[in-house]
Ligand binder design. Structure first.
Ligand code: XCC
Length: 639
């Protein structure tokens, strides 16, 4: 494999990605890193959030010479409106995924889909929690629960979300009511927020930011909550599992399918079909050792969390990595079929697929590529669609094996490493003797100083590429602060062998002793970025038990390598929960000192939360630790 040094090594935290990156560039391809470089220098005005392209009199760029847009909008309004638009997109995307899942659950309940409900108990518990008779047939419950979620998504007017009414911490609800943040459904909030983004409507930057906080709540109490709950019902609730990660998981001798995105239900069904006798025999006949389905990005996290269950374990080949690496997966030349079901499916995947002989398919109506076949997942046709995918993968495998001129790049450093996944509030508590008070006692004693959710994407800005996630996480555990990972941050932890019990050796003395006593790693992975909903479950459970507000807990959130819009929606969710929320790189807001001050300082007086903008991971850890120490005093842990 090509080794001439044409790519700077520090761009990837693992050697195999670096090697593949070099090979791809040498073979005429570009990656996110080259394209980022080609975009430099980026516009300083836009970078500050000070540009507007909404109307035909624009584009307007705010400067000392022109402090107002043509319509009269100030830089503050433009910055706030731009940020609000990102939160709208993120909330819509999470809600869209929730709606897809509810429709699938409904189809199963109505008996028109061959898919199965894997965790009936969870469905029954949810129905019980909603005050329904949960002893009725599961199919009836499935339809009722799906209809309930669909109506939660669609409620209009000022009708509050039932899920927020029922499950939010009382003290939080008081805050939200008092501050005008008691949000309605995602449909209602998205409609209102987008209307406020129109030219010459909302000219109050603080109102625009509060609108984003309301979106954050709609994002949590329908979008994220619905995704995690329905996915557990359909695929099985995560259990602790040892999984394989890294590009080195790809086996040259199997027919290889990658499922990329955030919607794992179809991939779960493909794995079940693949494990059947017919497809196993077909694989042998095609000359393959078997069929493997690999996870990529957040979808890999979700699939790995359930990969110990049922037939998944025979077919699941591992979790490959984060979004910055996805082109590199294809550049191995070992991928027969690549399925894209939501973000993040980068546009250049088509070029990679053409170059390295991979069949690319989009499986959701929102994912569209010119020249790429679309087979949109339909729960009613799940059997025939899964079979079609498997036949395609086997056909491509045969072509790959027969094609001696094909480009294949297997890094000399290729390795598959081990990690532990499948953590949830329940599995963490199981480690602590099924008693949340045991965990809280360790917190009180200072053995666990606090907990931080390190979640979200990876970014190429400042050459981060996972580096900040790694550095911040190490800093936190060394300070006896437990880390909960989700999203591409978790993929980074896993690729760097940080999601293992061995990491206790790198933790501070006190945290290490807790980890060894309870057999728990200092960094626990909750899964996908949509599993931020589960992290907030844990936060709420701690607040309920301690009897404090979520804003008073010794916890914080961090998105050390923020990249896209769902992260912005989730950041506003965390801020609405009153959490200190570290974000790097900073969103494009520096052009408005007013917006920056509101988000980083004044919001404390509204929700108790605030944004911490800090690109240096060590200094971020300092500030997060100081916040945790201050909150420990507030709730009497360090009296
Ligand atoms: Fe995309 Fe979720 Fe972000 Fe990774 S973490 S870069 S969204 S895949 Ni959400």
């Amino acid at each position: 494999m090509q080794t001439k040094s044409i790519v700077r090594k520090e761009r990837h935290q693992d050697a195999q990605s670096h090697e593949l990156h070099q090979a791809a560039v040498a073979q005429g391809m570009s990656t996110v890193f080259e394209r980022f470089e080609a975009q430099q220098p980026q516009c300083g005005t836009c970078r500050k959030g000070l540009s507007c392209q909404l109307c035909s009199d624009g584009p307007c760029r705010i400067s000392a010479k022109a402090p107002l847009g043509v319509c009269g909008a100030s830089g503050d309004v433009i910055v706030a409106r731009n940020l609000l638009q990102l939160a709208v997109i993120g909330t819509a995307a999470n809600t869209y995924q929730c709606r897809n899942l509810a429709n699938t659950l409904k189809a199963i309940g109505e008996g028109i889909s061959p898919l199965k409900i894997r965790d009936e108990g969870k469905l029954q518990r949810m129905c019980q929690g909603l005050g329904w008779d949960h002893t009725r047939p599961v199919s009836e419950l499935a339809v009722q629960f799906a209809d309930f979620m669909l109506s939660e998504i669609g409620k209009q007017g000022n009708e509050p979300m039932t899920l927020m009414d029922l499950f939010a911490v009382d003290k939080r609800k008081e805050v939200w009511k008092e501050k005008g943040l008691y949000a309605g459904s995602p449909s209602a909030e998205v409609l209102t927020a987008l209307t406020k983004c129109m030219t010459n409507i909302s000219n109050d930057p603080i109102d625009l930011m509060n609108t984003a906080l309301r979106l954050g709540l709609a994002n949590e109490y329908v979008g994220l909550w619905g995704i995690t709950v329905i996915q557990d019902i359909l695929l099985g609730t995560p259990e602790l599992v040892k999984g394989a990660t890294n590009i080195g998981c790809l086996d040259p001798e199997t027919a290889n399918i990658i499922s990329n995105g955030h919607q794992p239900v179809f991939a779960g069904h493909i794995m079940e079909k693949a494990a059947g006798k017919d497809f196993q025999a077909a694989a042998k006949k095609a000359g393959a050792k078997g069929i493997k389905l690999y996870g990529s990005l957040c979808e890999g996290q979700q699939l790995m969390n359930v990969s110990g269950q049922g037939h998944y374990k025979e077919i699941f080949g591992g979790q490959l990595g984060n979004w910055i690496q996805e082109e590199l997966f294809i550049a191995t030349g070992l991928v027969d079929l690549f399925l894209m079901d939501l973000n993040c499916s980068v546009p250049t995947l088509k070029d990679y697929a053409d170059k390295y002989g991979t069949k690319l398919i989009s499986t959701d109506p929102v994912v569209r590529f010119t020249g790429v076949e679309a087979i949109d997942f339909n729960p009613e046709k799940a059997d025939e669609q899964a079979e079609r995918m498997l036949n395609m993968a086997l056909d491509r495998f045969k072509v790959r094996k027969a094609d001696s001129g094909r480009l294949v790049n297997i890094p000399s450093t290729a390795v598959s490493t081990e990690c532990i996944a499948g953590y949830t509030t329940e599995t963490v508590l199981t480690m602590f003797g099924n008693n949340i008070n045991t965990y809280i006692d360790e917190m009180k004693k200072g053995n666990i100083k606090g907990a931080v959710a390190v979640a979200g994407c990876t970014t190429v800005r400042h050459d981060q590429g996972g580096k900040s996630i790694q550095r911040l996480t190490l800093e936190l555990i060394q300070r006896d602060i437990m880390v909960i990972g989700a999203g591409c941050a978790s993929s980074t932890h896993q690729n760097l062998c940080m999601s293992t019990k061995d990491m206790a050796k790198k933790a501070g003395k006190k945290l290490r002793s807790v980890c060894e006593r309870y057999d728990v790693p200092p960094i626990v992975s909750y899964g996908s970025c949509t599993d931020v909903g589960k992290i907030l479950d844990t936060v709420a459970a701690l607040a309920w038990t301690i009897g404090c507000d979520t804003s008073q807990l010794p916890v914080a959130a961090s998105v050390p390598e923020y990249m896209e819009q769902k992260a912005i929606a989730d950041i506003f969710t965390a801020l609405a929960f009153g959490l200190l929320t570290h974000v790097s790189p900073a969103p494009m807001i520096s052009g408005s000192p007013l917006v920056v001050r509101y988000l980083t300082e004044d919001m404390v007086n509204v929700t108790g939360g605030r944004m911490l903008l800090q690109d240096d991971p060590v200094r971020a850890a300092d500030d997060i630790e100081a916040h945790i120490m201050a909150n420990r005093k507030v709730i009497g842990f360090d009296a």
